[in-house]
Design a protein around this ligand. Sequence first.
Ligand code: PEP
Length: 249
Amino acid sequence: MRKKLIAGNWKMYKSPDETRTFFHDFLPLVAGHIRDEIVICPPYIDLCAAVQATKGTNVAIGAQNLHWEKEGAYTGEICPRMLLDVGCTHVIVGHSERRQYFGETDDIVNFKLKAALEAGLTPILCVGEVLEEREAGLTEDVLRRQCLRAFHALSTKKAAKLVVAYEPVWAIGTGKSATPQLTSEAHVLIRGEAAKAFGQQFADKLRILYGGSVKPENAKALMAEEEIDGALVGGASLNPKSFAAIVKY
Ligand code: PEP
């Protein structure tokens, strides 16, 4: 049985003060909740406040991005060691907004994934098709390519902490969530790619989250699917009550 992971992606929302307020309200709502792992990924600027607020609790903190080099002249970037130093345990890699607006290619995603794993962070690798690809019947090809390229030159041992999030881009921030059935089909395909790359034993243990307009109203049905090992939640993770309701689906 894979323990589900419910992760919140705050994107470019909330200041350090708002972060403290969020945790003041959120932590009592999920106190003692051990059935699922809970992770929040705030903007870089909020990481210290978030780590401080969640010290000794059942909530872990992740970043939304990282650079793959260990250090260097890369203005505006953050390397894996810096994330570890502030107390991050997780990091989102290859989110569709990074791919879409910041030119992240499959190769860059691969570099970032390798760097995160090398540093001991738990990466949440995002894959997913855009609407045009789904409508053209290309979903399987896209997911296969994204997995294959992301997993390139990674050993089974190094990949041990990997978590994947299937996020159909047409479902992100649109209110149009994918059905549990459609999601399960994509997860089976992704698990198959993981089995090819890292072996069946690894794939059986791999957690594959669903992301795309997860809300308190649809979380239960999605989480009831055997193939769905948790959720990556954008908009609904900004509100303590709605994110707590999702965590407790
Ligand atoms: C996301 O940002 O990864 C996401 C799934 O967003 P939303 O839940 O708002 O669709």
